[in-house]
Design a protein around this ligand. Sequence first.
Ligand SMILES: Cc1cc2nc3c(=O)[nH]c(=O)nc-3n(C[C@H](O)[C@H](O)[C@H](O)COP(=O)(O)O)c2cc1C
Length: 205
Amino acid sequence: MTGAMHFAALDTALEHLWQALGRAAHDRRSPWHTPVLASVGLDGAPQARVLVLREVSRELRLLRLHTDARTPKVAEIAADPRVSVLCYDAAARLQLRLGGRARTEVDGPVAERAWADANLFARRCYTAPLAPGVAADGPTSGLPPELERREPTADESLAGRGNFGTILLTVDRLEFLHLAVTGHRRGLFKWDSGSSLWTGGWLVP
Ligand SMILES: Cc1cc2nc3c(=O)[nH]c(=O)nc-3n(C[C@H](O)[C@H](O)[C@H](O)COP(=O)(O)O)c2cc1C
């Protein structure tokens, strides 16, 4: 995926990072396809979990992720939109730490389009009658029993629509760490809203 040459200059590093992120959204085998999203818990403690990266727009500095709208992360983001996203590619020895602000959309056009594009198997996750994270009497998938072993019909999948939401994250901070025997490289880019440009600088790794 990468080599030290990408990190010899800040502009090539920034280019490479956005390209790799964009590819990761469409490549299930990319380690960046399943980043860690950290939010601020309602009690102020950090909360981190793995999510699937669905779409990246470099122009809009936007990441799209999907979630059950009943999960704690949705309430956390509503209370405090500050989030961090962490990606690591072990083969490329490349860590990416993103910072930004997120919002959840359940009813808007982005969520409508994402739901329309979701296949029936993906929609099944959202048909669980009880919210994710609710205590259960025993081991359970949470799914309606009739959907345990098959995908829902299009009609059955509609039961999940109200539980489906998109998390839209606007990135305003992007930090990389590339490990190499010839010398690690670390850099930080911050979005400057005045100039509408990324301003980058090197950090000691
Ligand atoms: C590989 C993997 C992919 C996951 N993808 C998602 C996802 O796309 N959206 C999501 O809400 N949860 C996803 N999860 C589950 C979350 O990690 C988490 O357990 C769940 O969303 C509840 O999070 P919360 O209680 O912090 O809100 C995934 C978990 C794994 C292990």
